[in-house]
Structures are given as structure tokens and as C-alpha cells.
Design a protein around this ligand. Structure first.
Ligand code: CTP
Ligand code: MG
Length: 221
């Protein structure tokens, strides 16, 4: 079976507020993108990679992939306005004979082989999609715009969802064609009636949003 990864790195990183896109923020001694790209390239589970770069940053992204010796990068394309647009641009570059696609946020640099293995396994048991997640640990409350607590919500069965998310390529292509938008790829598959399974994620798959997250992830390198 051939497994392709789409690494979406095309976001602007507005909440990080740097003079460059988040993918090129400094993480340790390198641009953030280097870490997840290298990890996916070295994964024995992955056969090919499509890199989705911020518009105008395709060349530095390709150079970085070359410098890192990431030989599995098959294409580098510019992303779109939304994350879904970027995934769509990436999926268009995944070859027709690919069986499985993993979609991963470059903003979650510390992707591991263990989590890749966990999301791939259930695809051979008939699931349409598999996503890593963590059970919600904190108490949840619904709060009004006036700051007043309206209710405490049961966290029973609630999970926060991470990436990499794995799909049969055909399923994701069909879901994309059938649904306008969803907050993640699994949402598209759910919307067309696909069965999506949750497996254990990893706290280290923290998504870098703020400067503090960048420091936290750098501390875990
Ligand atoms: N992403 C993308 N294309 C977009 C928006 C997001 O490829 N148009 C990617 C980001 O590069 C990131 C992942 O989707 O790897 C998750 O997005 P997020 O953390 O929201 O990143 P940004 O959109 O860059 O950050 P912000 O929302 O603060 O601008
Ligand atoms: Mg965003």
C-alpha cells in the first residue's frame, strides 16, 4: 500500500505575529517546518510527501527540503486562503495510485512514528478515517458573552483532535468533492457518512499558536 503525506504549512501565523509565516518561525536553530518535514521524510510508513507552502514561499520551502535531504518530497505547492483550500491543493498533487493519505499540520512539529502507526492501523479494519486525539481533562463550562457561566458541560466522550489524520485517498477525494467545508479533514469525511475512528494522540503534538507554544515545543526537542 502506498502512503502519502500532505504537510500543510501555508498558514500566515497571524496569532504568532512574526514578520514571516509560522512555518518559517525559528524553532531551536531552524525554521519550524524543518522538524515535521524531516520526521515525515524519515518515517518508514510514508512513501511520498506533498508540501503545501505559504504563497510566495514555495522556493524557500523546496530549498529547506533539499538541505534536509528530504527525498520523499514529490511536490511543493502554494496553499490557499483557508486550511481546507491548502489541503485541497495538496491532495491534487497526490498520485492517483496512492492508497492512503495522511494530512498533517506543520504547526505540530513533533509528529512521531508511533502516532503515524496508530492512525494507519485501523484503515485496514474498514475505517474511512482515523484521527489522533486526547480526552478532555479540564472541566468544561458554557459561558455567555457577559462572562457569566451558563452551564457546566459534561466532558464525557469529548476529545480534542490533533493531526496526522489518515484516510483512504478515494474517501478523502470524494468527501472534498461533496462537502464545501469542515473544521478538519475528518469533518469532511463525517459529513459524507464516513466512519472515523479516534486513536490516542500525544500531548507533544501540541499545535504551535503562540510564542509560548514555540518555547514549549523547543524545550521538547
Ligand atoms: N494552514 C494552511 N493554509 C491555511 C491556513 C492554515 O496550510 N490557509 C495550516 C497551517 O500552516 C498550520 C495548520 O494549517 O500548519 C493549522 O493552522 P493554524 O495553526 O491556524 O496556523 P495559521 O493559520 O498559520 O495560524 P493563525 O491562525 O494564527 O494565522
Ligand atoms: Mg489559522
Amino acid at each position: 500500500m502506498s502512503v502519502w503525506a500532505i504537510l500543510v504549512a501555508a498558514g500566515r501565523g497571524e496569532r504568532l505575529g512574526l514578520d514571516r509565516p509560522k512555518a518559517f518561525a525559528r524553532l531551536g536553530d531552524e525554521p519550524l517546518l524543518a522538524e515535521p518535514l524531516r520526521r515525515l521524510d524519515r518515517s518508514p510508513w510514508i512513501d511520498g510527501i506533498v508540501l503545501v507552502a505559504p504563497p510566495g514561499w514555495e522556493e524557500p520551502a523546496i530549498l529547506l527540503a533539499e538541505e534536509e535531504g528530504c527525498g520523499k518530497v514529490h511536490a511543493c505547492v502554494a496553499g490557499g486562503e483557508t486550511r481546507s483550500d491548502s489541503v485541497r491543493a495538496g491532495l491534487a498533487e497526490v498520485p492517483a495510485d496512492a492508497l492512503v493519505v495522511l494530512v498533517h499540520d506543520a504547526a505540530r512539529p513533533l509528529v512521531s512514528d508511533e502516532v503515524v502507526e496508530r492512525v494507519l492501523a485501523p484503515l485496514s479494519e474498514g475505517w474511512d478515517g482515523v484521527v489522533p486525539g486526547l480526552p478532555v481533562g479540564d472541566t468544561l463550562k458554557r459561558v455567555g458573552s457577559d462572562g457569566a457561566v451558563q452551564e457546566t458541560v459534561s466532558r464525557d466522550g469529548l476529545w480534542t483532535i490533533q493531526t496526522p489524520q489518515a484516510f483512504l485517498v478515494d474517501t478523502l477525494r470524494r468527501a472534498q468533492a461533496g462537502v464545501a467545508d469542515a473544521t478538519d479533514c475528518a469533518g469532511l469525511v463525517e459529513a459524507v457518512g464516513g466512519r472515523v475512528k479516534i486513536v490516542d494522540g500525544d500531548p507533544r503534538l501540541l499545535k504551535v499558536t503562540s510564542e509560548t507554544d514555540l518555547e514549549t515545543v523547543a524545550g521538547w526537542l
